[in-house]
Structures are given as C-alpha cells and as structure tokens.
Design a protein around this ligand. Structure first.
Ligand code: ZN
Length: 311
C-alpha cells in the first residue's frame, strides 16, 4: 500500500498481527540502481507471507538524484551528508527530512547502497558501534543475518547520514554496499533481497528464509575515529585509461601493483597499494583524470572477527 508520494514514494506492507516495524530504503544516492530493484522485488515478495509487524519500503529516497542519474540531487547535495534535512528546504533536504521522519517511526532500519557509477564494491554490511549495548547487539544480529562476506562496525560519530538519524533515535540500523559501475548486476539484487528477508526472518516476522546460511568471512569492529569513512584513495598519477591488476575481495600487500594508467599515446604510470589489506573498492569508470581515486583497501588481513581499539 502506498503511504507516501511526496517527496518520495513509500509503501507499507502490514501483517494482521502486530510486531516490529522495519524500514528498508534504497536510492539515498541516485546512481545506485540494484538496491532500487531489490526494493521492487521485496515489495512483490513480501505482499504475501509477512506474519507480524510492518515493513515500509522506499524504492528511491532522493528522487531528484535518481531523475538525474547521479549521486547528488538537483541541488548538488549528497543526502547522506545533510540528514536530518529540512521540510522547507531544497529537494535533497526535503527527502532527507522525510526519510529521517520515517526512521523515527521504525524499530529497525536497513539502508541499501552500491558504489554508484564510479566504483565497484566488495559486498559489505556496516553499522555504527552504538554506545547503547542493546542497540549494538541488535545491529550485530541484523548484520550477521544479512549475510554479506564483510561486516564492518565503525565509530558512532559520523553526522548527516541516515544512520546518524537512526543512532540518535536509538533505532538499530545497518547499511549495505555491493557492486556499482554501469550495467545491472543480478547477484547484487539477489543478495539484497535475500539479506533483507533473512533479517525479517531473524526478527520473527516471516518463516521462510531468503536463502541459505550466512556467508560472513570477515567481521571487523574498528573503534578508531573516522574508521567509518569508506575512503576511495590511490590517486591516479596521470590522466589516461585505468587498467587494474587487483580484484575485489583479494588481499594486497603495501607496494603491490594496484594497476596502471595507460596513455593511448604510449606513456604508462604505475599505481601501488598504499597499505596491506582487503581490496574492497575498485574504480569502475576506466577513463581517469589525474588525482581521481582508483580504489580503496580495508585493514582486514585475515578471516574471522577482529576488534581494533582506538587510542
Ligand atoms: Zn550510496
């Protein structure tokens, strides 16, 4: 049932029996398309079979960004930096306001992303290391149930995000990142549909699972401040055509060859990994300008659960 049509469409699926209210959102960024299609799929799949509670689905949060097909809204703003927004503000501010208000009505929140047009990302589920133990525990359970290979818990200080609103409202929340670039990656849609369904099942809202058991390989809780900033680094030393030498999900060592930037006219520049870790982000658009970020490395050296304490 459509419950909202301005500034974005939102749909609610309500079971006859009362229970938790889960909010699932896509399109905080307008160039992240698989999450939008996953929400579309969930809307169909959940219309039958929800035992208790309510699921609210938002296919596209920042509509003006989606219309433009870009990360930013028509006002040039990144919704994930300006929450809780402003009901009387620019298009992105209005969308930020509306999603923030929806988060306040929810008991659990899932925010789905990709690397956008520019980057391809290794599947990752993140949450803030919430100071309230019960909320942190709920988020850990949601992240584990979602079942992506990397779980990434980071400091709880970031401002302006949907997750910042959830943190302040004491609503357990996770975000997921997977894929990106051009084209559609069906495996991302499948993983997101399955992950959301597994979270609903973990919460006792459905009986059928979204698929097989969870596949978590790496679980990091990093208390160092700013650890949550998933940074694209490794700047291109020159303009040209980026040819990567690494693959998502593989381990690299500092000074391993990350890739080359080739000029059609003969010049060649080499790019080296700047730390040891897991390749989690790789530039998908191969045409690069000098200084463009070519990827990112997470400080994950081996499978299993690792807690990194700040100083
Ligand atoms: Zn995003």
């Amino acid at each position: 049932m459509k419950i909202l049509s301005d500034p974005f469409n939102a749909y609610a699926i309500t079971a006859e029996q009362p229970g938790p209210h889960v909010l699932i959102a896509a399109g905080v960024h307008g160039d992240e398309f698989e999450p939008m299609l996953a929400v579309r799929e969930l809307l169909q799949q959940l219309s039958a079979g929800l035992l208790v509670g309510k699921v609210t689905l938002v296919p596209v949060v920042n509509t003006s960004a989606f219309v433009a097909g870009t990360r930013y809204g028509s006002d040039g703003k990144d919704l994930a930096r300006i929450c809780p927004g402003d009901a009387e503000g620019t298009p992105t501010a209005r969308s930020a306001d509306a999603i923030s208000k929806l988060i306040h009505t929810a008991d659990y929140f899932i925010d789905m992303h990709t690397g956008g047009i520019l980057y391809d990302l290794y599947p990752l589920c993140g949450y803030m290391l919430h100071p309230v133990e019960t909320i942190l525990k709920s988020q850990q359970k949601m992240a584990y149930a979602f079942g992506l290979p990397v779980i990434w818990g980071t400091d709880h200080y970031a401002a302006g995000r949907t997750l910042s609103v959830a943190r302040d409202a004491q609503v357990p929340a996770i975000y997921v990142e997977y894929g990106g670039g051009t084209g559609i990656r069906p495996q991302v849609i499948d993983a997101y549909v399955k992950g959301c369904r597994n979270v609903l099942r973990m919460l006792g809202m459905t009986t059928d699972s979204g698929g097989e058991e969870t596949e978590v390989s790496y679980w990091v809780e990093d208390f160092i401040i700013n650890s949550g900033h998933l940074q694209a680094k490794l700047p291109a030393p020159s303009a040209g055509i980026f040819v990567p030498q690494v693959a998502l999900g593989k381990q690299v060592k500092k000074d391993d060859v990350w890739g080359h930037v080739l000029s059609p006219y003969g010049e060649e520049a080499v790019v080296l990994a700047d730390m040891d870790g897991l390749v989690f982000m790789l530039r998908a658009v191969v045409h690069v300008k000098r200084g463009d970020a070519l990827g990112g490395i997470l400080p994950i050296l081996k499978p299993g659960k690792v807690v990194i304490h700040g100083t």
